[in-house]
Design a protein around this ligand. Sequence first.
Ligand SMILES: Cc1ncc(COP(=O)(O)O)c(C=O)c1O
Length: 361
Amino acid sequence: MKFLPVAEPDLRGNERKYVMDCIDSTWISSLGKYITEFEEKFSSYCGAGYGVSVFNGTVALHLALAALGIGKGHEVIVPDFTFIATANAVTYTGARPVFVDADKNTWNIDVAKIMEKITPKTKAIIPVHLYGHPCDMGPILEIARENRLFVVEDCAEAHGAEYKGKKVGSLGDVGCFSFYGNKILTTGEGGMCVTNDEKLVKRMRFLKDHGMTRPYYYHPEVGFNFRMTNLQAAIGLAQLERIDDIIATKIKHAKLYRKLLDRTPGITFQPEEPYAKSVFWLHSILVEGDFRCSRDELMKELKEAGIDSRPFFIPMHELPPYKGNGFPIASGLSRKGVNLPSSTLLVEEDIKRVCDVIKGK
Ligand SMILES: Cc1ncc(COP(=O)(O)O)c(C=O)c1O
């Protein structure tokens, strides 16, 4: 029986050709034509003026926050229900992540609960576009403007997603992407910061390359080595050529999952809000009250049928580094959620097989 993974890179385009070009030309390190082209084309795809490539999504967030001057004594608003990298990036700068519960409909940050967490120390908000669904950015940008806060979008899971017709990443001060192997667009490991702010770009380029200015080896500050390689960028560029197809397949699969599981008692999906175009990074369900078994039992059944799945993230306040309380929605989502096979290499029959197991057939 064919094993169905939750995620699998879809490398059916020019990925091999461009990587071989790097090898044949010996440009395999962090200089080269693919880096510049990938930065230009990906940022322009997002509707932003500039792109700064880095070696993963976590350091994209770290770099953006550091370049905005966020550090010790500062606070940054982060959703409680996210992958830990969002919170860790804040911690790496010396600032403190301050968590906000999830919205029970969208699963994203509850915008109505942001204001009560703002203090004189707050410097930024990091909305996370979870599972490919954009946050309600209008009110978030409004709160940020009124309180003079930066908005750093965590777009790790949402390449190409749109809020009111505008692509995520271009809505706040800076957008941070991950190109990890399970993401909508992958470079193996990789990441990028996109922005329209020329000053911020200069600062990010400086910090990501050991804080070096010219002449060579002059370092006025302690920087980082966050550079992406030409090899990664070569894969990214080939992926970008096919991003419309990749997203169209994600949307087609999301519709099929919804159709096949429609009216299955106790199964709900992340809804697509009227302001949103989701890119359905992972096909995710909540397994609730009147479903025929528990979430964990369902995951066991899937495993026995050769089908991979993942539980939802554990919310930040339940993890040792960020222990806290008062986030009931995030806790509830975490206990009920399952990520189903979401690769664009799946065919209709595969999705039917997953849904049959869920329906107990
Ligand atoms: C919401 C979110 N933020 C940040 C990251 C970090 O990206 P990376 O794994 O490329 O460091 C991820 C995923 O891995 C993520 O899902």
